[in-house]
Write a protein that binds this ligand. Structure first.
Ligand SMILES: C=C(O[C@H]1C=CC=C(C(=O)O)[C@@H]1O)C(=O)O
Length: 437
């Protein structure tokens, strides 16, 4: 349910930027707002507008509210590239009944880059006293200090099943996987994605540009993001819609990497590419995206065979999709139509979501929801919020901020619980390593 009812009036002014700053360094150390992949991305400073949504209609309500705000806005944008003009960054919860807020945030100041072009967008409220941007961007420079983090229930960068086995909640997770397999054998669903979560804390004054910088540097094929305390690097593009074209990257099917042993690493990749179980699991995820996207697009094409996507921590089976948009539909509407894909819920969707609610003993929050940005025309990019952690508010008594990270995997007929556990350890590595002291 939307909390704002009037249409706020915004003015967005974009100007080319001669400077070429490191975007991560410009982010607020404690409340970073960032979207970055290689030579494209943006960093927001301050908040001109924050919209909040919840419930089953959160995507639809957000898309409609944004459409009205964008229509009422004054936009001065001579640069005209993806991400210029009026832009909001957002994060949306996984579950319809999640207690986590879904938000769209319009930064007061956005510094952004598309390959060799840099620009700055300033946003002011025309219908309210102008609070002004929260000062000029900080001088680019290295983050001052690494967050002193401590974690519970995770192997902290040691990708072995044994280390993960020491963590809290592991037995519950393994029981959940067994129960999911049992239900699949009895025909309740074909695939159920089960996740587990690990909890930790970082010092309240931790500079979050440190983990963000590590993620951006190591995970070049991923979207590194920070929106409203959700920090991570996702390899999976839920939807990109710009200039009438749409694309997505579907992932499902995983093997841990072994970069220290090239032969073992190649074997893991080949095993993934030739495993009937993984191909089966992957096909569900591709089909769910094709089915959800088809009503909105023409000329939908996919890579003929899934390919092996190499990330620093895992191999994934991947399929890229491309299409032309058949109608005017915003990136956020498309994200809502696609969510939740079989890569994060399962197949069939309703049965899988019901099983997740019963078998996962926690609210996923924004993990496995959507994170990304949208502009005034509705164009934007949304990733599935994977390989991420949610930071909470600082506790004045302890001087710490809670951090919760989740990772899961698709359970299908024949899944092995210990193997699935190992996979969650590999998938948590980007976060455990990024937050390492
Ligand atoms: C649910 C997650 O990953 C999904 C994306 C890629 C591969 C997956 C898999 O092999 O199970 C999952 O579907 C996660 O990272 O928490």
């Amino acid at each position: 349910m939307s909390v704002d009812h009037e249409v706020p009036r915004l003015r967005a002014t974009t100007r080319p930027l001669a400077a070429t700053p490191e975007l991560v360094d410009l982010a607020d150390p404690q409340r970073p707002l960032l979207w970055l992949r290689d030579d494209r991305g943006c960093v927001g400073v301050g908040e001109a507008l924050r919209l909040s949504f919840s419930g089953a209609e959160r995507f639809r309500e957000a898309a409609e509210r944004w459409r009205r705000i964008a229509a009422a806005a004054e936009v001065d944008d001579p640069v005209r590239l993806p991400g210029t003009g009026l832009v909001a960054l957002g994060t949306f919860a996984f579950a319809d009944d999640s207690a986590a807020e879904s938000v769209l945030i319009v930064p007061s100041l956005l510094v952004a880059r598309h390959r060799d072009a840099w620009w700055v967008t300033e946003v002011t409220r025309l219908d309210a006293p102008d609070p002004g941007p929260e000062g000029p961007p900080r001088d680019p420079g290295l983050p001052a200090a690494a967050p002193a983090g401590h974690w519970e229930g995770t192997s902290f960068g040691i990708p072995s099943t044994a280390a993960a086995g020491a963590g809290q909640g592991v037995t519950e997770y393994l029981d959940g996987v067994r129960e999911a397999s049992r239900r699949i054998e009895h025909g309740a669903a074909e695939k159920i994605v089960l996740a587990r979560r690990v909890a930790g804390a970082v010092a309240a004054d931790s500079d979050l540009r440190v983990p963000l910088g590590r993620l951006a540097e190591r995970y070049l094929d991923c979207w590194t993001f920070a929106v409203d305390g959700l920090v991570g690097a996702s390899p999976e593009t839920l939807i990109r819609a710009t200039g009438g074209a749409a694309s997505a990257r579907v992932l499902a099917g995983t093997r841990g990497r072994h970069p220290e042993d090239p032969q073992r690493d190649a074997r893991a990749r080949d095993e993934l590419l030739t495993s009937a179980k993984e191909q089966h699991e992957h096909a569900f995820a591709v089909q769910s995206v094709v089915t959800a996207l088809s009503p909105h697009v023409r000329e939908l094409r996919t890579s003929e065979e899934p390919f092996a996507l190499r990330l620093p921590n895992v191999w994934h089976l991947a399929t890229d999709l491309g299409a032309a948009l058949a109608e005017h539909v915003s990136s956020l509407e498309l994200a809502g139509a696609l969510h939740p894909t079989a890569a994060v819920a399962g197949t069939p969707t309703a049965a899988a979501v019901a099983a997740i609610r019963e078998l996962e003993p926690f609210d996923r929050g924004r993990y496995s929801g959507a994170v990304g940005w949208i502009d005034a025309a509705g164009d934007g990019e949304w990733a599935i919020a994977l390989r991420c952690a949610q930071l909470g508010d600082a506790d004045p008594a302890s001087g710490m901020r809670p951090v919760v990270a989740s990772a899961g995997g698709g359970i299908v007929a024949g899944s092995d619980p210990e193997h699935e556990l190992g996979e969650t350890v590999s998938k948590l590595r980007p976060i455990t390593e990024a937050f390492a002291p």
